[in-house]
Design a protein around this ligand. Structure first.
Ligand code: NAD
Length: 414
């Protein structure tokens, strides 16, 4: 999918829901533009002694509800438009889940697979130096996303702390536990998604015991969704990464697949499995399909052939608007990204609260609080879907926009 399509998709949703809610033009104009965008050039000394300049971005889409929050993505296909679209999704997500946070996103154009550990560290630090003026625990708090992890977050926090001359653990989230991270953050996006899937299964009468699952993408979100599946009674039969997919009707051992991937660079070739393409994986006869890779995986080319009863969007923007229309006509139960994958930002919010208090909560408390929030959000979106007679995605946007508009009106912005 072209990156600009993600932005077009976000804009199309704004227009559609604006219409459903009868929003006036002033409100729509604010919702259609990002509040602040910063593009930075990042000179990094490479291992061969030469200097390479990378391009980075930080977009703060809306701070109506509070300091902005969103991940940083290191990827070769990044650009300002895709970061803007992802920042908008963060703003809707935080509003939908009633968090006192606005939405932001960051990105650096790079191929992390080609960087040494030292180069990755210097790039992470250079990015923070580039955006230092617009971030901070009360302004904008970066977090992990595609190809960034707790180590990258630690370098970023350390660099920000050096600039400020004091430890500012709350400057990023997704840190390791021993540096002010929250218990349960690594698995939070996937676990939050599973809580929503559990609610959806109850709603549509789908038996989760032995339900067959296919997961696209085997990074942070994909791996944890596979690992958590047995806890919800489900069986992972297929997974994939950027190099291809694997299937085993008897079920996969997620931990063994992860070990195979870290040793061999891909899930492909895992003993006892058949190799399939990424396209095949999406069209398998499974109960639940979990896209957990990148945007634009499900298009009008393949949506009609998808057999899963539930499509749970653990990734951001995996379904194009055209594919969404097909799902809408079929009445397929789609759990939209801003509803389904908010576990990461919710536990990041918990991490912020713990950092402000200089305290750490038990994992069981984190899980309980996350569960409660995901159940509430699913129920709210389901009710809006019935009330407005719209799909779950439109309903999620409606709930988010209502909250944002109410806040902007109260603040005298519109
Ligand atoms: P990651 O970098 O850890 O993993 C991405 C995975 O996708 C990798 O396994 C990669 O090989 C795979 N992939 C890339 N292209 C693919 C393709 N064409 N087909 C199949 N697999 C492919 O990233 P992540 O943090 O797991 O994020 C995955 C998705 O979840 C993204 O859309 C991200 O924005 C979203 N998300 C992440 C978080 C989080 O907390 N990490 C939170 C909310 C949403």
């Amino acid at each position: 999918m072209r990156d600009s399509n993600l932005l077009e998709m976000v804009q199309a949703h704004i227009a559609k829901c604006g219409c459903d809610l009868g929003l006036d033009d002033n409100v729509l104009e604010i919702l259609c533009s990002s509040a602040r965008e910063l593009a930075v050039s990042l000179p990094v000394r490479m291992d061969n002694g030469k200097l390479k300049v990378f391009q980075g971005f930080r977009v703060q889409y809306s701070d109506a509800l509070g300091p902005t929050k969103g991940g940083v993505r290191f990827h070769p296909d990044q650009n300002l438009e895709s970061v803007r679209a992802l920042a908008a999704l963060m703003a809707w997500k935080c509003a939908l889940h009633d968090l006192p946070l606005g939405g932001a996103k960051g990105g650096v154009i790079c191929n992390p697979k080609e960087l040494s550990k030292g180069e990755l560290e210097r790039l992470s630090r250079a990015y923070i130096r580039g955006i230092r003026d617009i971030i901070g625990p009360h302004k904008d708090i970066p977090a992990p996303d595609v190809s960034t992890n707790s180590q990258v977050m630690t370098w970023m926090m350390d660099e920000y702390s050096k600039i400020m001359g004091e430890n500012v653990f709350g400057s990023v989230t997704g840190k390791p536990l021993f540096l002010g991270g929250s218990a349960g953050r690594e698995e939070a996006t996937a676990l939050g998604g599973w809580f929503v899937v559990r609610e959806a299964a109850k709603e549509i009468g789908l038996e989760l015991n032995e339900a067959k699952i296919a997961v696209q993408g085997y990074g942070n979100v994909g791996y944890h969704s596979a690992k958590l599946a047995p806890g919800f009674g489900c069986k992972i039969i297929a997974v994939s990464d950027s190099k291809g997919g694997i299937i085993s009707e008897v079920g996969l051992d997620p931990e063994a697949v992860r070990k195979h991937k870290s040793k061999n660079g891909s899930v492909v070739g895992f003993p006892g499995t058949k190799t399939i393409s990424n396209e095949d994986l999406l069209e398998l006869d499974v109960d639940i399909l979990i896209p957990a890779a990148l945007e634009g995986a499900i298009t009008d080319n393949n949506a009609g052939r998808i057999k899963a009863k539930v499509v749970a969007e653990f990734a951001n923007g995996p379904t194009t608007p055209e594919a969404d229309d097909i799902f809408g006509k079929e009445g397929r139960h789609v759990l939209p990204d801003i509803l389904c994958n908010a576990g990461g930002v919710i536990v990041s919010y918990f991490e912020m609260v713990q950092n402000f208090d200089m305290w750490q909560w038990d994992e069981s408390d984190v899980r309980k609080l996350l569960d409660k929030r995901m159940v509430k959000a699913y129920g709210t979106v389901m009710s809006a879907s019935r009330e407005y007679k719209v799909t779950m995605r439109q309903a999620a946007y409606i709930v988010a926009f209502k909250r944002l508009v109410e806040t902007m009106k109260a603040r005298g912005w519109v």
